[in-house]
Structure formats: C-alpha cells, structure tokens
Design a protein around this ligand. Structure first.
Ligand code: RI2
Length: 313
C-alpha cells in the first residue's frame, strides 16, 4: 500500500508527468502492487485491485491515457490469485512495451511531415512530439525548434534539455511570444492528454492559442498522440474534465495573502477544436481529427456496453 500511495502521490504532484509516462507508471504500479498482495482469496484480491485502480485514476483527471492504461491492466482474468497475478503481469508489460513502441512509431510516421530546413514550434513537453523531432533530426534534416516555457510548470525547460542533448537547435520563448514568432514557423507539433470522439484535442494550457495563431497564418498543426490518448467515454457525450491545479503553482500563498480581492485560476489544460488541427499522428497512422471515432472504435477495443457500466473496469 505504501508504494502504491507513493506512486499515486508522484503522479499527482507531477514528479511523474506526461500523459504517456503516467499511463506506463500506473500500469507498472498495478502489476507490482498485485505481486505485493498476500491474500489467497480471489474476491478479496479483486477488491484490492479495484481500490488500487481507483486510487491511481483519481490522481489526475484529464489525461485519458491514465484510465485507459488502468483499464488495459484491469481486464485481467483468473480463477485463482496466482492466475490473476500472471494475467496482470502480462497485460501491464504488454501495455508498457506497446506504449514505448507507439512513441517510437509516431516519430517515424510524423517525421515524414517535417522537411529539411523546417522551423517547428512546440509547447510543453511531449514525448510523442519530441519523438517526431528526434526522428527528423536523425534522418539528417536540419530543423530548428521554438519551444515555449509552458508556465506555470515550465515543462518547456525539459523540452529544451532533451532537444539540446540530441543536438537540435532550439529557441526558448515565453508563452506570450507565440504569435510574434509564428511567422517564422513552418509547422507546429504538440502532444495531447486526451482526444475526444469529435477530434478535439485536450493538451497543456496554451495549446489552443498556439493552434489559433497557427491557423491564422495557415501553418499546419500536427498533434502527436498514441491511440490510448483517445477518450472512449466521450462517445457517450461525456466531456473531458479539465484539471484545475493549485494556485501556488502560479503565485506563492504568501504573496497571494497580501491581496483581499484576488483569486488565481490555474487550469492545466485547454481544448483545441478540430478545425485548428491538420493531422493527428498516431502509431497506427496519421489521421485527420475527424477520424478520432474510428480510432476509439477499432483500436482501443472498448465496447459501448462496457462504458455504460458504473465504473470503467
Ligand atoms: P506525452 C503533458 O501533460 C503535456 O500536456 C503533454 O503535451 C502531454 O502530457 C502529452 O505528453 P503534463 O503531465 O505523453 O505535463 O506525449 O500536465 O509525453
């Protein structure tokens, strides 16, 4: 339980972050937790697993990769605890390796859209998006990247570090300079935390203004997202919840305490309508956002009837 809570805490505090990474961490934790349970009774075991799944999913509400990963592992079968454990082990390992391969494949597919000499603008830090840049660079294309800081958590600093270590020339800009620099950009590449059935993209706050600025000057926006970032529940009309994080990420509690009429709003994500997205690059191909429903139906393996039930596992 201690380690389970620790992993959940790390996801919540964003020590483990990035939609793909939290998904893999949750799948791995469920597998390890299962092996730590010392109960012989299968019903009791299942109850513990359900509680653990619930705890992990509750840590961050927006990135759908998290419930999708948990769902993938919680499909385990077994009449006995030993069987259940081995099924969980197999499903978790499968999810993790498929996820890692997906990020690599997205790089290969997406890099075909990058031309030699392109300037790419990106936002926040997305493993799927940087995989495209890394692949293009590896192919010998000379690219320049403009990376936003991505306030308040400054994930842009992670991006510039990663790109720098690959030898990719990168300029760091403040978030509000996005429109100013858009004229120099050839293509915008960003990640996603969730994609809805109608092709809207939920990603780090600021993504939609970047996409809007790109749209204004007809620059292509590519979203790099594994298939498990598509949200099955949006087929049922559900909206993706936007995580509101603590005010202390924006201004210290002490400073805020100096004011009587000030509050802080700190949404972690926003929604980009599909009209501003040219292509979603997944591991099964680059698709127009209008095809999001097909990905949910054909690649996630969720039956509509399963989604109608109370919980998702
Ligand atoms: P990958 C991140 O969320 C960013 O919004 C990023 O674009 C998205 O997850 C996808 O990241 P946060 O955890 O899975 O920083 O592509 O809030 O790495």
């Amino acid at each position: 339980m201690k380690q389970l809570k620790e992993t959940a805490g790390k996801i919540k505090s964003m020590e483990i972050r990035g939609a793909g990474r939290i998904a893999r961490a949750a799948a791995g934790e469920l597998r390890d937790y299962a092996y730590r349970i010392r109960i012989k009774d299968i019903d009791e075991f299942n109850k513990k697993m359900k509680a653990a799944a619930g705890l992990l999913v509750s840590t961050r509400p927006t990135a759908v990769s998290l419930p999708n990963a948990v769902r993938a592992v919680m499909r385990y079968e077994g009449e006995s605890v030993a069987e259940a454990k081995s099924s969980i082990n197999k499903l978790a390992d499968e999810f993790i390796s498929n996820s890692e391969n997906a990020v690599k494949r997205i790089g290969e597919i997406g890099s075909r859209r990058v031309r030699d000499g392109d300037t790419i603008m990106t936002h926040c830090n997305s493993a799927a998006a940087t995989s495209i840049m890394a692949a293009a660079h590896e192919q010998g294309k000379n690219i320049n990247v403009i990376a936003t800081e991505s306030r308040p958590r400054m994930q842009g600093l992670i991006t510039i570090k990663q790109l720098d270590s690959l030898g990719i020339k990168t300029s760091l800009i403040v978030d509000s300079a996005v429109r100013y620099f858009m004229k120099d950009v050839d293509i915008v590449i960003m990640g996603a935390d969730a994609i809805t059935a109608n092709g809207s993209v939920i990603n780090k706050i600021g993504t939609s203004q970047l996409a809007l600025a790109a749209h204004e000057v007809r620059k292509n926006v590519i979203i790099a997202a594994e298939t498990y970032k598509f949200s099955p529940r949006t087929i049922l009309g559900e909206l993706v919840e936007i995580e509101e994080r603590d005010s202390s990420e924006v201004i210290s509690k002490e400073k805020l305490g100096e004011f009587s009429n000030v509050s802080v709003k700190n949404p972690a994500f926003d929604v980009t309508p599909r009209e501003y997205v040219d292509l979603i690059c997944t591991e099964v191909g680059a698709i127009p956002p209008e095809m999001a429903y097909v990905i949910i139906r054909d690649f996630l393996g969720w039956g509509i009837e399963e989604m109608n039930s109370e919980g998702i596992w």
